[in-house]
Design a binder for this molecule. Structure first.
Ligand code: FPP
Length: 249
């Protein structure tokens, strides 16, 4: 009895596959610095970041995680030099175009959150094609946040609620958290349980604001291209050793 008690308090050193976070959100930060430190253009860092994203996605899929959401392009990222925005957009297009070949046999489903109407027509068409062609898959849901901003998402939800009230489809007294959640880009998804940000920055930067109310945050100084499967494992083990109280005691 005594032994059992002691054992149960010991921090786990391995991933408990029965208690995986269902949804992991990732801010893959530090691509630019990774490249600059090597005397390379920032776009080379994004390319390396995109390659690394594939490794981490494979790892999460094999582990049995249900959702991984990457903050790939924020509503604020448009303010970067045009050349960098273009580089990010073409990497994304390249990823989507090769997705069938790359993901073949992986059973991964691709989704997108954010306002894609500002993206190029070609990118929008490719997004729709990949989302459609992978929608029967039952493995990891790989979610890209594109032209995504948490505040923008909230404002859109409010606008839709106002329209529903104005149109007589919704009564103000019936508005609750559920009404609101259903009008977010993430309406079909569970909230993230773990949010990882690389490169030493400790901010949420307008990512999943509403959805991260009870998310556990995990930070590392490593730059995204250097973030390995081993780091992912460490983040999950750390998450599993936390005491989540959701406001209770
Ligand atoms: C942050 O690094 C990263 C981004 C703004 C973009 C994230 C994009 C990828 C991981 C690759 C995109 C490709 C696909 C296939 C989705 P930063 O540029 O802010 O780096 P810095 O903080 O060092 O400047």
């Amino acid at each position: 009895m005594f032994l059992f008690g002691r054992k149960s308090k010991r921090k786990g050193k391995e991933i408990d596959k029965n208690r995986l976070p269902v949804h992991i959100a990732i801010i893959p930060d530090g691509n630019g610095r990774w490249a600059t430190r090597r005397g390379m253009p920032r776009s080379a860092g994004h390319r390396e970041g995109a390659n690394n994203l594939k490794n981490i996605v494979k790892y999460c899929n094999n582990l049995g995680v249900t959702y991984v959401t990457f903050y790939a392009f924020s509503t604020e990222n448009w303010s970067r030099p045009k050349e960098e925005v273009d580089a990010l957009m073409s990497l994304l297009l390249e990823f989507l175009k090769n997705a069938d070949k790359e993901l073949e046999g992986s059973n991964i489903r691709i989704k997108v959150i954010g306002d894609i109407s500002r993206l190029s027509k070609e990118l929008q068409t490719e997004i729709k094609r990949v989302v459609e062609s992978t929608k029967v898959n039952t493995g990891l849901n790989l979610v890209f946040a594109l032209n995504y901003g948490g505040r923008d998402e909230i404002v859109n939800a409010v606008r839709r609620i106002a329209q529903d009230v104005q149109g007589g489809r919704l009564r103000p007294e019936d508005i609750d958290e559920e009404t609101f959640s259903r009008r977010l880009y993430t309406s079909e998804m569970p909230d993230p349980e773990l949010l990882i940000r690389t490169s030493g920055e400790k901010r949420s930067s307008n990512f999943l604001l509403w959805q991260s109310a009870y998310t556990e945050f995990w930070y590392t100084d490593k730059l995204w291209p250097d973030f390995t499967e081993k780091d992912m494992e460490e983040a999950i083990i750390d998450f599993q050793n936390r005491n989540r109280r959701f406001g209770g005691i």
